[in-house]
Design a protein around this ligand. Structure first.
Ligand code: NAD
Ligand code: UDP
Length: 320
């Protein structure tokens, strides 16, 4: 299946991208990791730098890229609300111009290309759970729009490059994913709650904590991503990849407190604008086409993730 292929991973120095680079190297391929280090870092791939089949390139995908590869995983884009709202114009540029540049590259090379899309394209969904056929409920002018609409436009570009230019595409709609190597200050709920719990600080629950998410462990996610890339070429429609077990944010907070043995208390803060009230994938297409379903339950995934954050907390207290 893989052999000596050359694979480009944009956003390869990020949370998911760095794991993907490792897994592709394990398959015997060459990996070209491209990143502008906006939210990712060299540290995430430091252990790969000396690998003879790994190459790291600093580059912003808003600009054209001239390289020779067989496959492209397009992950470059800040993913947490705090990060993507920091420079919303750049977020839209990365999603849209980045997609155009990477699709142009795929077209020239005849390379297969996978887009890391998102459950955010469903917005604050009125259909639950969300199947791929649902068109979503998205505010085009809210604070999340730079990401939601940018990713929606990227999906449009992918489908049109396929229809118009016969580019071999994959679209993966990723639902909330967590695990070691998440940025400790990305403001996402799993990283925030674990960092707060390990420091016995207040756990910041936004709204009443009744909103739901379905959390996928990063190994399951990366497995699904590689299966989608190697799937039959007819699988060129969007596919949800996420864990269909749904939790309220309050349940997550309680589980994190239990697993860390923390003395933290819950505090309630205002719900951010357009925060989706419910989210859960209908993952039946992934099961049917890829024979993929998640293996790691939330409790087990958190148990694997907490030691990573413990190391960060220990290192930061030594540096004080
Ligand atoms: P991340 O922020 O850790 O990784 C994104 C990477 O892209 C970073 O290394 C960043 O420096 C890089 N990047 C950003 N803009 C760039 C640009 N213009 N040019 C080159 N590199 C750029 O986030 P992640 O969680 O690893 O997410 C990876 C992808 O998966 C993103 O496209 C995200 O939208 C998608 N996704 C993630 C989740 C999740 O829960 N983690 C959910 C849905 C979708
Ligand atoms: N959230 C929270 N406390 C935090 C961070 C997030 O209650 O400290 C909530 C947030 O309002 C949302 C959910 O957790 O309802 C998931 O937020 P996250 O930023 O991780 O991802 P999203 O799915 O919203 O993009």
């Amino acid at each position: 299946m893989y052999g000596q292929k050359s694979v480009l991973v944009t956003g390869g120095a990020g949370f998911l991208g760095s794991h993907l680079c490792e897994k592709i190297l394990e398959k015997g391929c060459n990996v070209l990791c491209v990143d502008n280090f906006f939210t990712g870092s060299r540290n995430n791939v430091e252990h790969l730098i000396k690998h003879e089949r790994f190459e790291l390139m600093r580059h912003d995908i808003c600009f054209p890229l001239y390289v020779e590869v067989d496959e492209i995983y397009n992950l470059a884009c800040p993913a947490s609300p705090v990060h993507y709202q920091h420079d919303p114009v750049q977020t839209t540029k990365t999603s849209v111009l980045g997609a155009i540049n990477m699709l142009g590259l795929a077209k020239r090379l005849g390379a297969k290309i996978l887009q890391a899309s998102t459950s955010e394209i469903y917005g604050d969904p009125k259909v639950h759970p969300q199947p791929e056929t649902y068109w979503g409920h998205v505010n085009p002018i809210g604070i999340r729009s730079c990401y939601d609409e940018g990713k929606r436009c990227a999906e449009t570009l992918f489908i049109d490059y396929q229809r118009q230019n016969d580019v071999n595409i994959r679209i993966m709609r990723i639902f909330n994913t967590y695990g070691p190597r998440m940025h400790p200050e990305d403001g996402r709920v799993v990283s925030n709650f674990i960092m707060q719990a390990l420091r016995d600080l207040d756990i910041t629950v936004y709204g009443d904590g009744g909103q739901t998410r379905s959390f996928c462990y990063r190994d399951d996610l990366v497995d699904g991503m590689m299966l989608l890339m190697s799937a039959d070429d007819s699988i060129n429609m969007p596919i949800n990849i996420g864990n269909p077990i749904e939790f309220t944010i309050l349940q997550l907070a309680e589980l994190v407190i239990e697993l860390t043995g923390s003395k933290s208390k819950l505090v309630f803060q205002p719900l951010p604008q357009d925060d989706p009230m419910q989210r859960k994938p209908d993952a039946s297409l992934a099961k049917h086409h890829l024979n993929w379903s998640p293996k790691v339950e939330l409790r087990e995934g958190l148990e694997k993730t907490i030691p990573y954050f413990e190391t960060i907390v220990a290192e930061s207290s030594q540096n004080v």
